[in-house]
Write a new protein. Structure first.
Length: 100
């Protein structure tokens, strides 16, 4: 399993709007091969946010992170960008342990 972690700052007073927009993007992401789960965390005091998406393979995760016409990013970024102060910083990780 692999994880994409996006860190960003929520635009002032836009936390609720960001959450609604994030839900819309995940409805789109769910249609992608290999998608497993998404988590959005926001620190209320600072507006710092972290989004984590989990993928079955590194290939499926990387495929969905490419920019360009007709890509997943082209579909979802315009939905959440109005509620972010700056573009997110992306990191990819291999999940070594997951406990439920």
């Amino acid at each position: 399993m692999f994880a994409r972690v996006n860190r960003f700052e929520v635009a002032d007073g836009k936390s609720q709007e960001l959450q609604a927009a994030y839900k819309k993007t995940i409805d789109i992401v769910k249609q992608e091969k290999g998608f497993e789960e998404a988590i959005l965390m926001i620190e209320s005091e600072t507006g710092q946010a972290v989004s984590v998406t989990l993928w079955d393979t590194k290939e499926n995760m990387e495929r969905t992170g490419t920019a360009g016409p007709g890509t997943l990013l082209e579909k979802i970024l315009p939905i959440v960008r109005p509620f972010q102060k700056a573009p997110p910083v992306h990191k990819h990780y291999e999940v070594k342990l997951r406990v439920k």
